[in-house]
Design a protein. Structure first.
Length: 220
């Protein structure tokens, strides 16, 4: 049986216990410090960004901006006003018609001449007295019809480049020819088909449009 230890003495059992404790502490591995990689250093990470961070526009603001841009489209460019030559000859057997239309076109800046018939027109052109930019030709006239006079102008080398538009109150000027009147007039080699009964301001605009198309300009 072991004897109790006296003052200044360590029992054998106590020394063995102490040695065992020290040995156990030595057996515990010392934890190595773990180095935490910097943000963005790990492979495959998409948290790193190059350059300064840009502020993103909130989705709500982007929607508002897009809506406002759709509500306020840019205005189209203003059309050009036709400012080229405006010399015309009105061919009609109705004296009142010639007088009224001459005054209206003259007030709109046109230089106007008139002819009472297709024959009078051809004589004027042959003399070279006045070479118009456009002839406004009635269709139903005494003597030669306006369509025949227009064909004669186109077949003459001196006047073949002259521009002619029919101006009449006839709804069906060519009963044997079916189709849109404007289209038929152009297929016959003329510029257009205009109605006498139209508003005079609209008629002047259409004549300006014809002259603009001929010259390559754009009219208002």
């Amino acid at each position: 049986m072991p004897q109790p230890a006296g003052d200044g003495q360590v029992s054998g059992t106590s020394e063995e216990a102490a040695d065992n404790i020290v040995s156990a502490q030595d057996a515990i591995p010392t934890a190595e410090p773990v180095e935490v990689p910097a943000e963005g250093a790990m492979g495959g990470s998409n948290t790193s960004q190059e350059g300064p961070v840009q502020n993103e526009v909130p989705a709500e603001e982007a929607v508002v901006t897009n809506t406002m841009s759709q509500e306020t489209p840019a205005p189209p460019p203003a059309p050009l006003v036709y400012t080229g030559p405006k010399k015309i000859i009105i061919v009609d057997d109705d004296a009142n018609f010639r007088e009224i239309f001459s005054a209206k076109f003259g007030a709109a800046g046109f230089e106007v001449k008139t002819a009472v018939s297709g024959k009078a027109l051809l004589e004027m052109l042959n003399k070279g007295e006045f070479m118009p930019d456009l002839v406004l030709m009635d269709i139903n006239m005494p003597g030669e019809a306006g369509t025949d006079v227009a064909f004669a102008i186109k077949q003459d080398p001196k006047t073949e480049n002259l521009h002619v538009a029919f101006l009449t109150n006839q709804k069906e000027p060519w009963p044997a020819i079916a189709g849109n009147r404007e289209k038929v007039a152009k297929e016959l080699g003329m510029e257009d088909f205009l109605e006498k009964g139209a508003d005079l301001d609209d008629l002047i605009k259409k004549v300006n449009d014809i002259l603009a198309r001929i010259s390559g300009q754009t009219s208002a």
